[in-house]
Design a protein around this ligand. Structure first.
Ligand code: PLP
Length: 365
């Protein structure tokens, strides 16, 4: 990055592409001749309409989203979706299956208990959330309304590389993709609902993206608040009330940037390369650094690691900070370190981190 920027390894809000920030800066006071910033525009004016429509169509291009799906730009974070999903597609008595591979899947499950009858059919908790189940061994309820997964557990660094086939009668798979959204191609047609908070890979916090199959819309539980009802938002093209306009604009700039990079096939290649460099550094450190996660399901986005000498972890984070590599402290629930290396983390950031890790080991190993 430029001299005055750090390498920000935060899990979210997270680093954004520098060219996107520069573009936003260049049109901050006067968006493309409108004489005002995007923050000041009416959400129903023609300027903002063009922004949200372009953001949606670019996202559709990126993920190959068909017309069978609605794309909603909502608020309330992925956390609100933990409730919205059962409210929109379940009756209170409906059974639902949850695979819990980390803290986020667990939170989604707990929230759903208020609005339907969810069951944890697999939990990685006893293994400290370091793995993903064998799909064939899953005891799915054929009566379940949907099967829920968290595609990438941000805190534990566990990522589904493939998806289980839902064996419930409606064949519905629902995925929280908050922390690996748009990091690789996804076959959207395998899912009933995909949802993601924007603040990791595609924009600032405040925008939540929901991709929902249209036939699932319109049967919400009666008590569903209007703001959580997919039908309200779908019928109004995400403009039922004032949307997070500036955040949607920023997401749009990121989508343009991802398309300009060649789309998600190219983006994934870069992400694989960055993750490989970092995991190799961990694996080749003779146990000085350790990754707790099963190799086959290690996340390309969030890389937790520990130090063999745990007493040096605080020193590691402190020294890295002096070298302009920040937010490397692991989540308070798991300790250790975590490097989040989302789309916008440049290869140079990972190279710098690995060089620092080697140097730190040479001094303290
Ligand atoms: N799900 C995952 C996988 C996350 O990483 C997060 C992170 O913050 C959330 C859900 C919660 O998202 P939000 O803070 O947008 O509600």
């Amino acid at each position: 990055p430029t001299q005055d920027r750090v390498f920000n390894f935060a899990a979210g809000p997270a680093t954004l592409p520098e060219n996107v920030l520069r573009k936003a800066e260049s049109e901050l006071y006067n968006w493309r001749g409108a004489g005002m910033s995007v923050m000041e525009m009416s959400h129903r004016g023609k300027e903002f309409m063009s922004i949200i429509q372009k953001a949606e169509s670019d996202l559709r291009k990126l993920l190959g989203i068909s017309d069978d799906y609605a794309v909603l730009f909502l608020q309330g974070g992925a956390t609100t979706q933990f409730a919205s999903i059962p409210l929109n597609i379940c009756k209170p008595e409906d059974p639902v299956d949850y695979i819990v591979t980390g803290s986020w899947g667990d939170k989604a499950f707990k929230e759903a208990t208020k609005y339907c009858k969810p069951k944890v059919i697999w939990s990685g908790k006893s293994d400290k959330y370091t793995g993903i189940p064998e799909f064939n061994d899953l005891d799915q309820n054929p009566e379940a309304r949907y099967l829920h997964i968290c595609a990438n557990e941000t805190i534990h660094g566990v990522e589904f590389k493939d998806y289980p086939t839902p064996k419930n009668k409606s064949g519905l798979l629902v995925a929280d993709m908050s922390s690996n959204f748009c990091s690789k191609p996804v076959d959207v047609s395998k899912f009933g609902i995909i949802y993601a908070g924007a603040q990791k890979n595609v924009g600032p916090s405040g925008v939540t993206i929901v991709i929902v199959r249209k036939d699932l819309i319109g049967d919400a539980q009666e008590m569903t608040p209007v703001m959580l009802d997919y039908k309200i938002h779908a019928d109004n093209n995400s403009l039922y009330n004032t949307p997070p306009c500036y955040g949607i604009y920023m997401c749009g700039l990121v989508f343009e940037d991802l398309l300009a990079q060649g789309g998600l096939v190219e983006v994934e290649k870069k992400n694989i390369k960055k993750a490989q460099i970092l995991y190799d550094a961990i694996d080749e450190s003779n146990g000085f650094y350790r990754s707790p996660v099963e190799k086959s399901v290690r996340s390309l986005m969030n890389v937790p690691f520990t130090l063999d000498k745990a007493e040096l972890e605080a020193e590691f984070v402190k020294e890295a900070g002096k070298e302009k590599m920040i937010q490397l402290k692991g989540h308070r629930s798991v300790g250790g370190m975590r490097a989040s290396i989302y789309n916008a983390m440049p290869l140079a950031g990972v190279d710098n981190l690995v060089a620092f890790m080697k140097d730190f080991q040479a001094r303290h190993g």
